[in-house]
Write a protein that binds this ligand. Structure first.
Ligand SMILES: Nc1ncnc2c1ncn2[C@@H]1O[C@H](COP(=O)(O)OP(=O)(O)OP(=O)(O)O)[C@@H](O)[C@H]1O
Ligand SMILES: [Mg+2]
Length: 251
């Protein structure tokens, strides 16, 4: 499992994540919900190493992640997508996946030493895997298009394919349904369930309550940097503190 123990992070005076302790199991699709500004994305940034907690620690399968830089955490099997997708816009959709596979420092150095055959074989294997993944996320027909021409929903699918180049153990998705049309949303939901069936855990930040109640259990609710409630959809729905947190956010 992925575990946060008493982690805190503040931007100046504002405590964006305030003494959060949570355990996310590999055999679950956990939802992380809460009003805007609750600290959800900040928590993902802490888990994935983009931000370092000011106190507390983070463990993946019992191993401390807190001291590691983001690429090392990715190598250990914790992958994340961004609330706003960040593809390499000028590269093709296929090239975006090949770049992800090459993110290990030193790999290019060794490539220079390996003679023709081995490099070519490896490139062929990576390209084959990338094409399979593009097929899996229904983007195969767009493989040679520049990534910047994709719709918002297609960019979310591209991100999912990109992190699958590495066989992660746990995937953090930041708002996979935001700006996605219903047909593409159905594709995203099915792909998440298929990946999960292979034993990969998910934590999903999502405002789309339909997606959350369909595929997520348990649900964790954050507000003002803290964990408010965690439990089944039923538990969360009937908790007056959750209703208060959302209504307090209304203009
Ligand atoms: N780079 C930053 N500098 C200063 N404050 C920030 C920064 N990023 C986030 N915050 C603040 O930290 C708090 C938590 O923000 P965060 O983005 O984690 O919330 P969220 O739950 O992901 O919200 P949303 O649902 O809108 O994405 C908010 O008050 C936000 O304004
Ligand atoms: Mg956010």
């Amino acid at each position: 499992m992925l575990e946060a123990r008493h982690i805190s992070f503040g931007y100046d005076a504002l405590k964006a994540v305030d003494d959060v302790s949570l355990a996310f199991a590999f055999d679950r699709i956990t939802a992380l919900i809460g009003p805007n500004g609750a600290g959800k994305t900040t928590l993902f940034n802490l888990l994935a190493g983009a931000l370092k907690p000011q106190s507390g620690e983070i463990l993946l399968a019992g191993e401390a992640l807190t001291p590691l830089p983001p690429h090392a955490i990715f190598q250990r099997g914790l992958a994340r997508t961004f609330q706003i997708p960040r593809p390499f816009g000028q590269l093709s959709v296929l090239e975006n996946l090949l770049v992800a596979a090459d993110e290990t420092p030193g790999e290019r150095f060794y490539d220079g030493w390996l003679r023709g055959g081995a490099v070519k074989r490896r490139e062929r294997q990576l390209t084959e895997r990338a094409r399979e993944l593009l097929d899996f996320v229904t983007l195969d027909h767009l493989a040679d298009e520049p990534a910047r021409t994709l719709s918002g929903g297609q960019q979310k699918l591209l991100e999912l394919a990109r992190i699958l180049m590495k066989e992660p153990r746990m995937i953090l998705l930041d708002e996979p349904a935001a700006g996605v049309n219903p047909a593409l949303l159905q594709v995203i939901v099915e792909r998440i369930e298929k990946i999960h069936a292979r034993g990969i855990g998910f934590v999903i930040i999502e405002h789309n309550i339909d997606l959350v109640t369909r595929i997520c259990d348990p649900i964790v609710v954050m507000a003002e940097g803290r964990v408010l409630v965690e439990g089944s959809a039923e538990t969360v729905r009937n908790d007056p503190r959750v209703i208060d947190a959302y209504l307090g956010d209304a203009p």
